[in-house]
Write a protein that binds this ligand. Structure first.
Ligand SMILES: [Zn+2]
Ligand SMILES: [Zn+2]
Ligand SMILES: [Zn+2]
Length: 239
């Protein structure tokens, strides 16, 4: 969010005479009052006007995010399967056992995350983490849980990330290193976005302040060294 100069506020329509603000990944401009006082879209962070959606678990969505959001479990399953098929075809990431899929709400996903005891690098227990998806392995049961109401591209990016963890569970038996685990999952999501033609969303992954970004950059270093197929082989042997 960076102050600039001129036009009208995309939220309240007020003339922007002084400072105005933008949200990363969005060209619209907002006044200081809207930025400071209005609730924000859970997904993209824009200030919300009266025209917005409230999901049953309390999350608020802007009209743009709502327009592609996935609410229906049958549609979610179909998009999940399309994503998995894409990862198999463009990165060769086939699973032998496979992984089940469930669409859940925010409190359910939060509880599952608490039980999984896995925290992203740089996070401490108790810190609030915005979880969009989660891979859980419990004995023979392997499941990817996804948050409902995610915009389609966010959904696909998150499925690709979690599917990479499912793949690691099968193909990288020794892998414990969190930087390699999360960096590779982000790398898979990045290439999936490029494969979909979503270059803007892929570029955002390289520009945003995300806790996994240094891990993703480490993957690009390894890719430059080993090549794409070589990186995947490297992961299989890594600890
Ligand atoms: Zn405004
Ligand atoms: Zn939004
Ligand atoms: Zn992850």
């Amino acid at each position: 969010m960076e102050p600039k100069m001129s036009a009208t506020c995309a939220c309240c329509g007020a003339l922007l005479t002084g400072r105005y603000y933008t949200i990363p990944g969005n060209d619209a401009c907002y006044c200081q009052t809207c930025i400071k006082t209005r609730p924000r879209c859970e997904s993209c962070g824009v200030p919300l006007g009266s025209h917005h959606w409230k999901l049953h678990d309390g999350r608020l969505l802007c009209p743009q995010c709502h327009s592609t959001a996935i609410y229906d479990p049958a549609i979610a399953l179909a998009v999940f399967q399309e994503t998995v098929d894409g990862l198999v075809s463009h990165l060769g990431m086939r699973l032998n056992v496979g992984v089940a899929f469930r669409l859940v709400d925010a409190p359910t996903l939060h509880n599952l995350r608490q039980q999984s005891h896995r925290l992203p690098p740089g996070y401490s227990p108790g810190q609030d983490i915005r979880t969009l998806g989660l891979y859980v392995r419990n004995g023979h049961i392997r499941v990817i849980y996804m948050l409902y109401g995610l915009p389609r591209l966010t959904f696909r990016m998150t499925v690709a990330h979690e599917y990479a963890h499912a793949w690691q569970g099968e193909q990288c038996p020794l892998l414990e290193n969190e930087v390699l685990r999360e960096g590779f999952a982000e790398w898979v999501a990045f290439y999936h976005l490029l494969w979909l033609g979503a270059t803007r969303a892929a570029r955002r992954m390289l520009e945003s302040f995300h806790p996994y970004r240094p891990a993703l950059e480490h993957m690009f270093d390894l890719e430059r060294k080993f090549g794409r197929a070589g990186l995947i082989d490297y992961l299989k042997r890594a600890e």
